[in-house]
Design a protein around this ligand. Structure first.
Ligand code: NAD
Length: 241
């Protein structure tokens, strides 16, 4: 066990008010690529950059191309929760972790058993008809061809926050309340460059900010403990109770 793991174990042992804030790096160990790593989606070649495809304007103007990318890259039906998702669910169950705030849209925290999850950017598992508001699961989108439509004829849109769209107010309120009252904030798997999500860290007033990220982030200097390692590998070594 390294010194850093020992330090993290003590921080976890001493608190029952931990909040976790995560990004795409939390799910890379489940086989879902992130955006900015060398093997991430931004370094793969498409006709348009991913930021363009995942924007509101692109959805409105090139709906079919949007769904080709969305089906191919954003819905990962075979991905399973990894050691990080599972440990966080266990910490919540043990009464130590109050909430997970995630930028991810893959639904893996909920699948792992976490109950209080703020999905800042929505979820691929919720897709709604723009006309009648009926909801459809990800499987419906995967089975459809071209632009998916509802039984009423309306176009279906993912309940995912696209670039140029704003975050959901209730979700923001819940996430800010959890972070601003937390004693420990564990931040992992995020380049902390996507706003407004990354700005949520500024609400933290607690004692320990722990950063677990493979690459350096602009917030490393603010943290009590920084680990440039894989989050699943780190959290799997933490003992609960
Ligand atoms: P990002 O791609 O900008 O950064 C990911 C960070 O995670 C990198 O700094 C990388 O070093 C780190 N990382 C990768 N694997 C790691 C691991 N196993 N352990 C620790 N660190 C690891 O991701 P972001 O900051 O979350 O921003 C990208 C946006 O795209 C977010 O909105 C995100 O939700 C969305 N996105 C979501 C998914 C998903 O739902 N799984 C996947 C790709 C992108």
């Amino acid at each position: 066990m390294t010194d850093a793991i020992r330090q993290l174990q003590k921080i976890v042992d001493d608190s029952d008010n931990i909040v976790f804030f995560g990004g795409a790096g939390v799910s890379t160990e489940s086989g879902i690529p992130d955006f900015r790593s060398v093997d991430g989606l931004y370094n793969q070649k498409y006709d348009y950059p991913p930021e363009t495809i995942l924007s509101h304007t692109f959805f409105e103007r090139h709906t079919k191309e949007f769904f080709d990318f969305y089906r191919d890259k954003m819905i990962c039906p075979d991905a399973k929760p990894n050691a990080a998702h599972k440990k966080l669910a266990e910490l919540e169950q043990a009464g130590k972790l109050r909430a997970v705030v995630t930028q991810n849209i893959d639904g893996l925290h909920t699948l792992a058993g976490s109950k209080t999850v703020y999905e800042l950017h929505g979820s691929v598992h919720r897709n709604y008809c723009r006309k009648c508001r009926r909801f459809y699961p990800a499987e419906y989108i995967l089975r459809s061809r071209g632009v998916p439509v509802c039984e009423c004829g309306g176009v279906i849109k993912p309940d995912v926050v696209l670039y140029e769209e704003s975050l959901d107010d209730n979700c923001i309120r819940g996430a800010v309340a959890a972070i601003s009252s937390a004693e420990v904030l564990i931040v992992a798997g995020s380049s902390l460059t996507v706003y407004p999500a990354a700005g949520f860290l500024h609400y933290f007033r607690g004692e320990h900010l722990v950063l677990i990220n493979r690459d350096a982030t602009p917030y490393d200097g603010m943290a009590t403990l920084v680990m440039h390692e894989k989050v699943g590998e780190v959290l799997s070594q933490i003992k609960v109770g």
